[in-house]
Design a protein around this ligand. Structure first.
Ligand code: NAD
Length: 271
């Protein structure tokens, strides 16, 4: 439940932001205008590929619309899987193998700490890697699926499949069907519906603070969540290397590397 004071505060902040922008015709760049403590608030964090960039996992937008030198149409659509399953399989097996070689960075660790200090905390990620979990976060909502798991195409059941034989070039069969069938990556491809959307909208509509980290604002519905949070009165914060297309939708913007900014911001927020 919102406290009246908190709502008043949010309204004042938004009005102040509006006039500040008008007056100075300025984006709120690197200005931590609001000294807020997040400890007692309902906090929702949404992360994108940028949060894993400093771990050595390439982003998508950083490569001129290519993901690890592949066009998304070739490797990240249901049509691609039908057209050339071996190409798609090889692409995701390479991403799955990469998980065994990368480590969480200070941004993942800072978010693990933030979660441990805030009773009402939700972490939504567009990322398919497992670096949040390994950085200390739990109950992560992977809206675009996960690399660690594979999905049976017949039953839709998922299995954690990360043994050496699961990570080879060969297709992997499920354990759930009488006649084991080929599994697909447990990834939400372009044109498919992201996971947990009902819960995600519920959490975003009811949060006090909505923080987006390392996301280009190009991929919907994730990119639209800041609009939802804002409409429902949340204070919205962005931490991103550069200004994404939806930057002006945020109340507060911090530009720079997440691994450098987040440990400091989390300390401030928890003060
Ligand atoms: P994106 O690649 O479109 O955008 C990444 C954003 O992060 C950019 O705005 C970039 O400037 C910013 N960024 C880069 N390095 C950063 C850093 N060190 N600190 C802070 N910000 C940094 O990513 P998206 O918005 O998440 O959308 C891409 C889609 O591709 C998603 O659906 C995602 O599932 C998928 N993807 C996932 C991974 C992963 O799981 N790690 C990697 C690549 C792509």
């Amino acid at each position: 439940m919102y406290s009246t004071n908190f709502c008043d505060n949010i309204c004042r902040r938004k009005i102040y932001c509006y006039f500040y922008k008008k007056l100075y015709n300025s984006e709120l760049l690197n200005l931590n205008l609001f000294c807020i403590s997040v400890r007692d608030k309902r906090v929702v964090v949404l992360t994108g590929a940028g949060v894993s960039a400093e771990s050595g996992v390439k982003t998508f937008r950083g490569n001129d619309g290519l993901w690890e030198n592949h066009s998304l149409d070739d490797v990240a659509t249901p049509d691609a899987w039908i057209r050339d399953p071996q190409l798609v399989w090889d692409f995701y097996q390479a991403r799955r193998n990469q998980l065994t070689q990368v480590e969480p960075n200070p941004a993942h660790l800072a978010l693990g700490l933030l979660q441990s200090e805030i009773p009402d905390f939700t972490l939504i990620t567009q990322n398919v890697d497992d670096l949040h979990e390994r950085g200390g976060s739990s109950s992560v909502l992977h809206m675009h699926g996960e690399l660690r798991t594979l999905r049976c195409e017949v039953t839709g059941e998922t299995e954690l499949r990360m043994t050496d034989s699961d990570l080879s070039q060969n297709f992997v069969n499920c354990n759930c069907c009488e006649t084991p069938t080929k599994m697909r990556p447990d990834i939400v491809w372009f044109g498919e519906i992201p996971m947990f959307m009902q819960k995600i909208y519920q959490m975003v509509e009811n949060c006090d603070i909505f923080i987006v980290i390392g996301s280009s604002g190009h991929v919907y519905p994730a990119a639209g969540l800041v609009g939802v949070a804002s409409t429902y009165g949340a204070h919205t914060i962005l931490v991103n290397y550069d200004l994404p297309v939806n930057a002006d939708m945020f109340d507060e913007v911090h530009t720079g590397k997440a691994g450098e900014l987040l440990p400091k911001l989390v300390t401030e927020w928890l003060d």
